[in-house]
Ligand binder design. Sequence first.
Ligand code: ATM
Length: 209
Amino acid sequence: MAPKFFVFEGCEAVGKTTQLKRIEAALREKGFPVIVTREPGGTVVGEKIRSVVLDPVHADTIQPLASLLLFNAARHQWMHEVVKPALAAGKTVLSDRSFLTTMVYQSYIEGIDADFVHALCMKAVDGVLPDKIFLLDISDDELQRRLLGSREEKTTRYDIKGEAFHRKAREGYLAQVARFPGLIERIDGEGPVETITDNMLGRIVSMLS
Ligand code: ATM
């Protein structure tokens, strides 16, 4: 059975990190070799870039093109050090975020030309695309409720943005579904946590079997 590359995406508070951990545990229990990683980050160089590019201290000064280049520098390192070696070793890769976030944040929200952003991302990943991107999605009302109720520490320069920003991110993610036919699967993120896990796990296991 060939290993696969799965990505969990979505705007803040959709529960992607929770689902990723649950899927990892379920796959391990079933005996599938998996690794879990994240973007930006996942490597020593990438985590250092992450701490610079997401630092709230730079919120008003970092230029969109500068952050686009930094995210992709971290991504290229990650592809070489983490994703390709894991797939070559027969391990399935589960990643928290991917180039899709760049399409949303640096292009859809921050306005850099989409074709340019896409071309740069494809260069950074050496053309290696995920087998499936699960886009966890919740309604605008639910997003507002979760953002207001969230007790999570706000650590990045995007976490401290208001609700309008996160709504725009949601709009941007939904716009990507048509841009990448067959790659992205929208998952309703509002049901019980267990149901959402079962739904995605079913898809993943069938793709791995
Ligand atoms: P988390 O990994 O903690 O979800 O946040 C990473 C942030 O990095 C995320 N922000 N929020 N909220 C989106 C941002 N980001 C980009 O802007 N571009 C990228 O290419 C990636 C991978 C992340």
